[in-house]
Design a protein around this ligand. Structure first.
Ligand code: GDP
Length: 140
């Protein structure tokens, strides 16, 4: 297994309920390291670009509105198999289907306000990391 990096967002439902630390505790307990992190308020243009792959889906506008409804915390996570590992720590998209102990099972409010984003491939992780972080902001 290789050391990888993945991109994470703690979504507006998580920052609103002051859950940043609780979610970071789960991330760190899983062995992943937070090697970059900042709190931002995404613009509509940034959210539209970030979720561009979903632009044809019925929930796209709602999703953009949600992601810009409050601050988010963007992160780079590093560890063995980080992409798959973080998807496991997050749990299924719909919290109703998420395994016990996962971020989404414990914290998500709904299929949309599901507390965390994690990249779905190493290729997308590299694109997403480069969209929000410059190289000197990532300290491994
Ligand atoms: P993920 O990779 O597990 O985050 O899931 P997707 O890539 O399929 O979806 C991206 C994000 O869109 C999810 O994390 C949710 O915030 C949102 N989303 C997914 N499915 C739905 C849906 O059916 N309705 C709404 N409102 N939002 C959804």
């Amino acid at each position: 297994m290789a050391t990888e990096r993945t991109f994470s967002i703690l979504k507006p439902d998580a920052t609103r309920r002051n859950l940043t630390g609780a979610i970071n505790a789960k991330i760190e307990a899983s062995g992943l390291r937070i090697v970059a992190q900042k709190r931002i308020h995404m613009t509509t243009a940034q959210a539209e670009t970030f979720y561009g792959v979903h632009s044809e889906r019925g929930f796209f506008r709602e999703l953009v509105t949600f992601m810009t409804s409050g601050p988010v915390v963007v992160q780079v996570l590093e560890g063995e198999n980080a992409v798959a590992q973080y998807r496991e720590v997050m749990g299924a998209t719909n919290p109703a289907n998420a395994a016990p102990g996962t971020i989404r099972k414990e914290f998500a409010e709904s299929i949309e306000a599901n507390s965390a984003h994690g990249s779905d491939s190493t290729e997308n992780a590299a694109i997403e990391i480069a969209y929000f972080f410059s190289g000197c902001e990532i300290v491994g």
